[in-house]
Design a protein around this ligand. Structure first.
Ligand SMILES: Nc1nc2c(ncn2[C@@H]2O[C@H](COP(=O)(O)OP(=O)(O)OP(=O)(O)O)[C@@H](O)[C@H]2O)c(=O)[nH]1
Length: 354
């Protein structure tokens, strides 16, 4: 029988650098036929567009499958498994499959899907790679922040659970075979190495922790780890609490269908094209700060310019760059905004449209 096709699961919180890492991998894959499955939170398809827009023949757009019917780990049977089966039926079959989960996905249910009868004989999880925004974690912006949680607890006796952000982070760390501390260009070397030590302590024994920036990991380090994560699920402890327990008490093994998604929300804001990228970036940074936005990304045209401007913000940091000709895209801006539930959508839209 033919060898199983290896599949790498790339996980990591919103804006950690998963798409950047995958783009670097595709550009350095040296002829390996890689099929990509990507799943975004928010419905603009920004990551797919960024990957298809990279002018390299290794990432032909029909090798990229976007799953946009919700969170990949919650729609495993309806969406993910049929997509995998379709990829496996291709001739020639891909050499490697890479799956980019949404920043809010729990990796465990996805890994579990590889034990499905139709998949288990044909693919194996080469490794689970968790990309971490090193700067955001050291700043305690979303990760498990002991001091902040303790302070909250002290202030509120009724509080018996951690924030959804820190729970997601813990699950993504607990499931990892390799942790990539990304964005080290924004960190002092000592802070990056302290974080590496800390995450080694939180992860399972033997998990590799590597440091990088712009996801520039050698392809041979990233792919071909040969772990077989689906055989080892029990070790990948799931810490995420379910906030929507069935009262009948029967805990199904696949009861992650609505894990915490209603704790986050996303929406799209459209506006007229902008005049000045730097001024717009400053405006976005202001809106992000005043409304506690976790992630904002999208595209806009700029008055008088033929290129599309990509805008990306992770917490308070806003990046913008021209990436490709506008082509047929109508002029104007489309932005997806992601945050914890309760965002003031009308006020945010008004501030972004000002
Ligand atoms: N300075 C710096 N910026 C980075 C690095 N890696 C990624 N970025 C930027 O961070 C932003 C988010 O990166 P993505 O690769 O889109 O992150 P993602 O994990 O795919 O994010 P989601 O779309 O939320 O899933 C982009 O603006 C990237 O250019 C890095 O190592 N250093």
């Amino acid at each position: 029988m033919a060898a199983k096709i290896p599949a790498t699961v790339i996980t990591g919180f919103l804006g950690a650098g998963k798409t950047t890492l995958i783009r670097h991998m595709l550009q350095n894959a040296k002829g390996k036929r890689i099929a990509l499955i990507i799943n975004e939170f928010g419905d603009l398809g920004v990551d797919g567009d960024i990957l298809k827009g990279c002018d390299s023949d290794v990432c032909a757009s029909d090798d990229i499958v976007e799953l946009s019917n919700g969170c990949i780990c919650c729609t495993v049977a309806d969406d993910f498994i049929p997509t995998m089966e379709a990829l496996l039926a291709r001739s020639p079959a891909p050499d490697h499959i890479v799956i980019e989960t949404s920043g809010l996905a729990l990796p465990q249910p996805l890994v579990r899907a590889f034990n499905w009868p139709g998949l288990s004989t044909r693919v194996t999880v080469d490794s689970v790679v968790t990309v971490v925004d090193g700067l955001a974690v050291t700043e305690g912006r979303f990760a498990h922040d002991v001091a902040a949680v303790d302070a909250q607890r002290a202030a509120d006796d009724g509080l018996d659970h951690e924030t959804p952000l820190s729970e997601l982070f813990e699950d993504q760390i607990a499931c990892a075979d390799m942790i990539v501390i990304n964005k080290t260009d924004l960190m002092a070397p000592q802070a990056a190495s302290d974080l590496a030590d800390r995450l080694k302590g939180e992860a399972r024994a033997g998990v590799q922790v590597v440091r990088t920036s712009m996801g520039e990991l050698p392809v041979d380090v990233l792919l071909g780890q040969g772990i077989g994560a689906e055989d080892d699920l029990e070790a990948r402890h799931e810490v995420h609490h379910h906030h929507h327990h069935d009262d009948d008490g029967d805990d199904h093994h696949d009861d992650h269908h609505d894990h915490g998604h209603d704790e986050f929300e996303s929406f799209v804001v459209e506006r007229d094209e902008i005049a000045d990228p730097a001024a717009f970036a400053a405006q976005l940074a202001q809106v992000i700060r005043s409304h506690d936005i976790l992630r904002l990304k999208g595209f806009t045209s700029v008055a008088g310019k033929p290129m599309r401007l990509t805008v990306q913000a992770v917490g308070p940091r806003v990046d913008h760059y021209f990436d490709q000709p506008l082509g047929q895209t109508p002029r104007g801006a489309r932005l997806v905004v992601i945050g914890e539930a309760g965002l003031d959508q009308a006020a945010i839209a008004a501030a972004l449209q000002a």
